[in-house]
Design a protein around this ligand. Structure first.
Ligand SMILES: [Cu+2]
Length: 106
């Protein structure tokens, strides 16, 4: 009886851990003076990238064939990274602005 109760409690804990993105983090990338800082970030599946634009003009974080986040001047924009892989992105308005996100499996 006690063992069964213990096992079901364990099951409950495991389910809670799986359901809760308890460790999901938000990683900030600052857009300042026409650059992404840091240029390269590594995150885990489920994490959010938040781009914080300190410039007085708009930027984008754009992945060819992928997402396109427009970040207004002095605002921020974010995107959840839900697939593992490597993403090269750039700003559509300033194509010299480039960055890379590496998303690893949890
Ligand atoms: Cu830009």
């Amino acid at each position: 009886m006690a063992a069964k109760r213990f096992l079901s409690a364990l099951g409950g804990v495991a389910m809670t851990l799986a359901a809760l993105p308890a460790h999901a983090a938000t990683v900030q990338v600052v857009l300042d003076k026409l650059g992404f800082q840091p240029v390269e970030v590594t995150v885990v599946v489920g994490d959010t990238i938040e781009w914080v634009n300190k410039d007085p003009f708009a930027h984008t974080a754009t992945v060819k064939g992928g997402f396109d986040v427009v970040i207004a001047p002095h605002k921020s924009g974010s995107m959840v990274m839900n697939k593992a892989g490597s993403l090269d992105y750039f700003c559509r308005f300033h194509p010299n602005m480039r960055g890379r996100i590496t998303v690893t499996e949890r």
